[in-house]
Design a protein around this ligand. Structure first.
Ligand code: HEC
Length: 187
């Protein structure tokens, strides 16, 4: 009887142990998924203090347009947070405060199964513009600019300043400094 109880206890302990191990494994898998592509590196733009984390969750923003830069051979997706997306959809003349417009750039490669088709290869940049007239009242455009470039597997903030961004985007002042228009397919 004693022996049977001992065996029963041991197997019960074993079951609890296995349950604990399974629970730990589930936790590990959950965490590794949670980390996958969602946690952004802590990077700050040197001249305006905008951080990469300011667009945390940008992967879930809605697609506004797709572009292809022929000179850089780069595929680009433009996405916007809800405020920005709704304003672009309504063809707002001036984008509202809190609008965030993100641009992601990928290198392209031939699709192995069908080489005349190209597919996205590696992420090369994530950049964004944020409308904040309190912080960015000096430019006249009220947009803050940030660029994070990925090189050899690591993101770095753009260290050549945002003067270039402001000056080139000033060429499209009449559309509130945005080149992007809502692509018809996504309307
Ligand atoms: C020489 C011109 C030029 C410069 C400099 C430039 N951009 Fe742009 N930007 C463009 C053009 C053209 C587009 C639209 C085509 C595309 O997607 O590349 C664009 C698109 C964007 C978009 C999507 C919204 C929009 O306006 O269409 C963002 C965000 C952006 N740029 C951020 C930046 C940031 C941040 C910098 C500076 C670090 C910068 N740009 C510098 C020309 C420029």
């Amino acid at each position: 009887m004693k022996y049977i109880t001992k065996v029963a206890m041991a197997s019960l302990k074993g079951t609890i142990m296995i349950e604990k191990i399974i629970a730990i494994c589930i936790l590990c898998v959950t965490f590794s998924f949670a980390d996958d592509g969602i946690k952004l590196p802590h990077l700050t733009m040197p001249d305006n203090n905008l951080t990469f984390e300011m667009i945390e969750g940008y992967q879930d923003y809605k697609i506004v347009a797709t572009h292809f830069r022929t000179d850089k051979n780069e595929l680009r997706y433009i996405l916007a947070n809800e405020i920005g997306y709704n304003a672009l959809k309504e063809k707002a003349k001036v984008m509202p405060e809190g609008s965030k417009i993100v641009k992601i750039g990928w290198s392209v490669k031939k699709m192995p199964s069908f080489p005349v088709a190209l597919e996205a290869d590696k992420i090369q940049r994530v950049e964004y513009m944020i409308k904040d007239s309190k912080k960015f009242d000096a430019n006249g455009d009220h947009w803050g600019y940030a660029r994070f470039v990925k090189n050899k597997g690591e993101f770095k903030s753009w260290d050549k300043g945002v003067k270039g961004c402001i000056s080139c985007h000033s060429g499209v002042k009449e559309s509130d400094y945005l080149f992007t228009k809502m692509q018809a397919t996504f309307e």
